[in-house]
Each structure stands twice: as C-alpha cells, then as structure tokens.
Design a protein around this ligand. Structure first.
Ligand code: G3P
Length: 219
C-alpha cells in the first residue's frame, strides 16, 4: 500500500519524506488555506515546492466546477510538474473532465467520493485515483472502511486500473484497516503515520537492551 501525506505543510512533508516511506502528497483547498497559501502565484509556487521535496505523485485540486474551467485549470496544474495529478471533484462536469484528461494522458484524482456508485463512475471515466473519504463517513456513523471494501470488490470484478486512494484518514487504525481491505493508497496526517511506530513493548524492550549493554560494558 502506498503512503501519501495529506497536508500542504512543507515541514511535515519533509519529515515524512525523510522517514523514507512516503509515496506522494495530497492537498486540497482547505489544506492550502490552512497554510495561508492564497493567490494563484503563491499556490503555483507552493505546488512546485512540494514537488521538489517528494519523489511521488502530488495531487493538486482544481477550484473550478464547470467543465471548461476545470479543463483550463487542470491543464495549467498538470503543466507545472510531471508529478502533479489533477484533483477533480465528483460532480457531473468533473466526471466529463476526468474522461477528457484520461483520454489525453493527464492523470487525475477524483475527490469527494462517498459511495461505490461514484467510485464506479470515476473508474469508467478513467481516473488514475479515486478518493473515498472514510473519516467523514465515520463522522456521520457510516462505515468508511466498508466503502473501501465495496469499491475494491467492484473494481476487482472488472479489473479497473483506477487506484483506491483512501482519504480522510484520521488515525493509525484507519491505515491498518485500509491495508487489510486492500486499498491501493492511503493519505493521512503525519501523526497517523508516526503512530504506526509506537508500541510500549518496543520502548521497554529497547530500554532493557541498552541497560544490559551498558551493564556488560561496565558503565
Ligand atoms: O484531502 C482530502 C481528505 O483527506 C480530507 O480529510 O480530514 O478533512 O476529512 P478530512
């Protein structure tokens, strides 16, 4: 399973990249706003800065919601860097735009997906990635991981190549559940990735090893 980090924060992206397990980055307009990145020039420069840090794909989301402008904006984003994947919302004009992009060799991430039907449409349109938001479904007492499982079943039935990018990951258990049900990618916060490291027996075991080593060395 690929690990993407879901942030526009350059320090966190660097930290995840330095860990050596990062496969890409996803952003969205809210995450860009959270970092205070506003205005076209700043947004473009920020995407370029992210591409310079990471080895893998970088999802950059369009703001337009009509076909003509999604195409225009998506082409501009895709031209910024070969790592850019154009993130397009699951709306009617978005599906049309994804079809256009996939027919013209531009990679896409279909975002704001909350149902298997939406994921099926995204795959039919040729999306590179589909982003079901599992945390937001859990927030409304709906089974987010169940959605990933169902999309996996449907995609495997027909060998769709669209990769399931589990988004809106909130914690390390979400990551593990995604791995169990066969998500291709997960995108989450740095905290969820780092939480995978933790186990109290690792900490106590290491403390014991170091203490025994020091004792044997007469320290
Ligand atoms: O990038 C899209 C998605 O991951 C958003 O997550 O935490 O705002 O639901 P969240």
């Amino acid at each position: 399973m690929k690990f993407f980090i879901d942030t526009a924060n350059l320090d966190q992206i660097r930290e995840a990249q330095d860990l050596g397990v990062l496969d890409g980055v996803t952003t969205n307009p809210s995450l860009m706003a959270k970092e205070g990145i506003t205005g076209k020039a700043n947004i473009i420069n920020h995407y370029k800065a992210i591409c310079d840090i990471v080895d893998g794909d970088v999802s950059a989301e369009v703001i337009a919601t009509d076909y003509e402008n999604i195409i225009k904006e998506g082409m501009e984003l895709a031209a910024l860097h070969k790592k850019i994947v154009v993130k397009v919302p699951m709306i009617k004009d978005g599906v049309k735009a994804i079809k256009h992009f996939s027919s013209n060799g531009i990679r896409t991430n279909c975002t704001l997906v909350f149902s298997t039907g939406q994921a099926l449409l995204a795959a039919k349109a040729g999306a590179t990635y589909v982003s079901p938001f599992i945390g937001r479904l859990d927030d409304i007492s709906t089974d987010g991981i169940g959605l990933i499982e169902d999309i996996r079943l449907v995609y495997d039935n027909y060998n769709f190549e669209t990769q399931i990018l589990a988004a809106s990951i909130r914690h390390s258990t979400h990551i593990l559940e995604c791995a169990r049900v066969g998500a291709d990618v997960m995108t989450g916060p740095l905290s969820a990735i780092l939480a995978l490291l933790k186990h109290p027996l690792t900490d106590s075991g290491l403390a014991q090893f170091l203490a025994d080593h020091a004792k044997a060395a007469g320290k």
